[in-house]
Design a binder for this molecule. Structure first.
Ligand SMILES: [Zn+2]
Length: 334
């Protein structure tokens, strides 16, 4: 179901851009402009964010947003999107995911000047933090990981998740694997400190977590017994069976050729292949003091049985042929 704008009643076209709000971007912009006239650019952003439950993220704003010629609110939304601030995973971020403390951003006097100061101070603070923003969001900050540990966690996660290639990783699986990585890091740290007991306990926690979702290697299900009906469907889909019947040998060879062998392999046309062969052949003849041929003998002609060549002469090919001095060939029976 499409969202309808709560102000103008029109269908909201780009739902992604309005976040949790039920007001279309146009109506949001109009509200923003009214607020901006009285309160200035940044304060209006804060207020519009609160009004439409859009996260207020001062750090995505360039300092010169005030001078932006176009629709500043639309630009702000764009900036949020560019910086991945409209969503967190699949969840739409709301006002409460951004900076909600107005005095933090604008100072006690709630002045526009303080906004720039806030950005500078925040940036400095963030730069001094360990790990990247993504890593801090993914692994949390409560455990006070170092940048190196964040990288270790990423690596452990990648290694574990690699085992599930081709399988949909559910949120629950993702959570378990994330937690398992955290415990694995604890185990590594403890082991390095010589605290073997604690390291062993942490490893047990890893094992228990994975067991809870049957994610251990030994929990893997044995290969499901082969189902003939599924096999027939798969073979029919691949064109190797028809109406539940196996194909005759000749038909099978044809289908296998058409489906699995036939494909374009060369980025030039059959003509180019013939011309190259004629050229090689004439060079061989010239070296053997034999006369040049204008007609390519039948047994040297290429048949494009598997559709391996470009159907038409390409521009690139024309250029190269000119460079190589290749000439059109005549075909004939010798
Ligand atoms: Zn509207």
């Amino acid at each position: 179901m499409k969202k309808i704008c709560a102000i103008c009643g029109q269908q909201i076209e780009n739902e992604k851009s309005v976040g949790a709000s039920h007001v279309c971007l146009d109506c949001q912009s109009k509200t923003y402009k009214k607020l901006e006239e009285e309160n200035g650019c940044h304060m209006a952003i804060f207020m519009a964010c609160a009004a439409f439950s859009i996260p207020c993220e001062p750090l995505v704003c360039p300092i010169d947003l005030t001078n932006y010629e176009g629709d500043k609110w639309a630009r702000y939304i764009e900036l949020l999107e560019e910086n991945g601030k409209l969503k967190s995973g699949n969840r739409v971020r709301t006002f409460f995911d951004g900076e909600t403390n107005i005095r933090m951003i604008f100072g006690r006097e709630l002045s526009e000047k303080n906004f720039a100061r806030y950005i500078a101070a925040e940036q400095e603070r963030i730069e001094s933090l360990e790990g990247t923003e993504t890593q801090r969001e993914r692994w949390g900050v409560a455990d006070k990981y170092t940048s190196e540990e964040y990288d270790d966690l990423d690596r452990m996660y990648d290694n574990r998740i690699a085992q599930y290639k081709g399988i949909t990783v559910t949120d629950q699986m993702d959570y378990i694997i994330t937690e398992a990585c955290k415990w694995q890091l604890v185990a590594d740290k403890r082991r390095r400190m010589g605290d073997i007991k604690a390291a062993t306990d942490a490893l047990k926690a890893v094992d228990q977590l994975l067991a809870s979702e049957s994610l251990r290697k030994k929990d893997e299900k044995p290969v499901e017994s082969l189902k003939t009906d599924a096999l027939v469907v798969a073979l029919e889909k691949a064109g190797l069976m028809e109406n539940g019947q196996l194909l005759k040998y000749d038909e099978l060879i044809e289908v296998m050729r058409d489906r699995f062998v036939k494909s374009k392999k060369y980025n030039y046309s059959l003509d180019a292949a013939d011309q190259m062969i004629a050229d090689y052949y004439n060079n061989l003849r010239a070296n053997a003091d034999m006369g040049m041929l204008v007609v390519l003998p039948e047994d040297l002609q290429v048949e494009d049985e598997y559709g391996e060549f470009e159907p038409e002469e390409t521009e690139e090919e024309k250029k190269r042929k000119r460079y190589a001095g290749l000439a059109p060939v005549q075909f004939g029976k010798e």
